[in-house]
Design a binder for this molecule. Sequence first.
Ligand SMILES: [Zn+2]
Ligand SMILES: [Zn+2]
Length: 403
Amino acid sequence: MSESAAPPPLEALSAELATLRPRMDAVSLAIHARPELKFAEFHARELLTGWLAQAGFAVRAPAGGVETAFVAVHEGTSPGPRVAVLAEYDALPGIGHGCGHNLIAAGGAAAAIAVVRALPEHPGTVAVIGTPGEEMGGAGKIRLAEAGVFDGVDAAVMFHPGDRSLTARPGLAAAHLRAAFTGVSAHASVSPWEGRSALAGAQLFLHALDAMRQFVPPTVRLHGIVSAGGQAPNVVPADAAVDLYVRDRTAASVEALVERVRAAAEGAALATGTRARVGETGPMYAERRNNLVLAERFGEAVRALGVDIAPGDPDGPAGSSDIGNLSHLLPVIHPYIQIADTGTPGHSVALREAAATPFAHERTQVAAAGLARVVADLLTRPEFLAAARAEFRGASRPVPCRS
Ligand SMILES: [Zn+2]
Ligand SMILES: [Zn+2]
C-alpha cells in the first residue's frame, strides 16, 4: 500500500461533505419532488449518474439487466478492496418519498465522492451501486446480486433515514405473496346463485389470517390489502386477490408460515366454491445480518459529529429490505439516522415531509460522513476489513435462495 493511502481524518471527510452539500441537497430535493415507483426511477438515476460522472466516476447504466440500476466506479491507483456505497431511490405509491430514499441516494453518492476527494490516491475501488426497486417487494438488490453486480465486492454500506438513530437495526425476512381467487361471474340480483364470488373467498381468507394471528410467534407480521375485488356491484366478482407479506425473524420461519397461509387460502376457497392460488410476487427478503465491526465504526464517526446513536435492539420493531439477502453474501451495514421526531411512523406523509427539511439534510451529511469513514477505513486499513470479514464468516449461515 502506498504511503499516500493513510486513512483521512474525519474532519477531512466532513470538510469535503460540506462542500458537496449544495449539490447533495439539490439532488435529494429533485428526487423527492418527483417520486418514482420501483423500476421506473429514470429521473433519479440520471441525477445521480450525472453527478457521479462529473465527480470522476466511470458510470455504467443500466446495470445487471435492471434498467434503472447503475454502477459508478472510481478506480484507485493501486490494488485493494472493492467497497460499494448503495443508493436506493424508489418511492411509495400514494405517499411519494415516505421512506426518505431521496436522502439515501444523495447521501450515498456524496459519501463516495467525499472519499475519493479526500483520498485521491486511494487503493482499490470505490463504487456507488444504484439499487432500484427496494419497496413493494421489488428485490432490486437480489436481481443485481443474481446478475453478478456484487461479485468481488468486499463490503457494501448504506444508511437509512428514520425517527431514531441506530447503528444496527434488525430486519425481518419477508415473503411477498398474492392469493388470487377465481370464482364464477353472474348477475348479482337476477341469478346470483349461478355465481361464486371470488371476493367472498378473499374475505374469508383475510378472516382466516386474523384467526391465525394469536397462534403465531409474537415476532410475526401478517399484513395485506385487497388488490382486486370485482369491478361492479351488480356483477358477482369472478376474480379477487389479496396481496400480502408474511414476515418473521428468519426465512425458515417465514417458509413454514407461508404453508399455513396457503392452507388458509385453500380453506377459504373450499368454503366459497372458488379456487385459490397463492404465488410469490417477488423473491423473499432474507433477515438482515448487520456487520457490527462496520456498524460500530459508523457509530463512532456519527457520535464524533455530535449525533447520538444507539446500538439498536435486536428484538426491536423491524421492517424488511432486500439488503437482507446481500447481508448473507458480504459484510453490509444499514444504520439509521434520525431525521424526524421520535415516533414519526415510516411510510407516512409525516416522514415524507421530514425527508425534505434542512434538518434531514444536515443529518444526511452526518450519515454520509459516517459512511465515508467506513469506506475510507476499509480501503486503507487491511486489519479493519479483516475484522469485518472474520465477523461475517463467524456468523455465516446458508444463503436463503429465492423460491
Ligand atoms: Zn426505505
Ligand atoms: Zn420503505
